[in-house]
Design a protein around this ligand. Sequence first.
Ligand SMILES: [Mg+2]
Length: 267
Amino acid sequence: MDSCSKSVRDSSSPFDCLIFDLDDTLYSSKIGIAEALRKNIDDFLVEKCGFPESKASTLRVELFKTYGSSLAGLRALGYNIDADDYHSFVHGRLPYELIKPDTQLRNLLRSITQRKIIFTNSDRNHAVKALDRLGLKDCFEQIICFETMNPNLSKSTLPDEFPVLLKPSMDAMKIALDVAEVDPRRTLFLDDNVRNVAAGKSLGLRTVLVGKTVKSKEADYVIETVTSLAQVIPELWVSGIDSGDEGGISRSKSEIEFIHATTAVGA
Ligand SMILES: [Mg+2]
């Protein structure tokens, strides 16, 4: 457990917990990760499922749109694909060396005293490797991931016995909120996917759309990069420890300015 997480609860901040998506929320997959992932999925569809090479890309897009992922789609269509095999093929061979440590983001996360949790559709191995490369693994108390949402998948005898659960399905979202043990009204949910943000909003979470410049209907906030949190949601740093003249803001002006300064670069 992270020392900067559960132990301190800010009584005056409107938030007790932050739930972060991983890919394209904490880092941009445009560094070559997304492209490699698309190629690996196409190769899986050809090599493991026997689809013609010329159809693989179109099928991948269709499966993603309809079922949320190629794995979910293949299983729903009756292909008996083992989730671990799929993940080791499509994620296991990603060029993780392209993900670089993000000291600026690490400093920002370490300055947030509320609980911080990862909630990703990816498998645990991928989440751990990406967080490790980013230098952020110890900033989160918990990783809610594919395995958390799909604990019974490996026990299934038929591919459609347990449908694959992923964000933005309500069942997946509810599992995550249950596991995280949070009050949605006091929890900030950050994700780059508009549909995930909408699902979070419908369950009462306060939502942040990441990586865009225009707010979607269900987003309470929009930030282009997660490092601009300090500018957009400064109330995250409000605490009730010293509720003097500043109306509950315990951090000194210079501390807030420091957070802004250290998070502004590249934001
Ligand atoms: Mg994402």
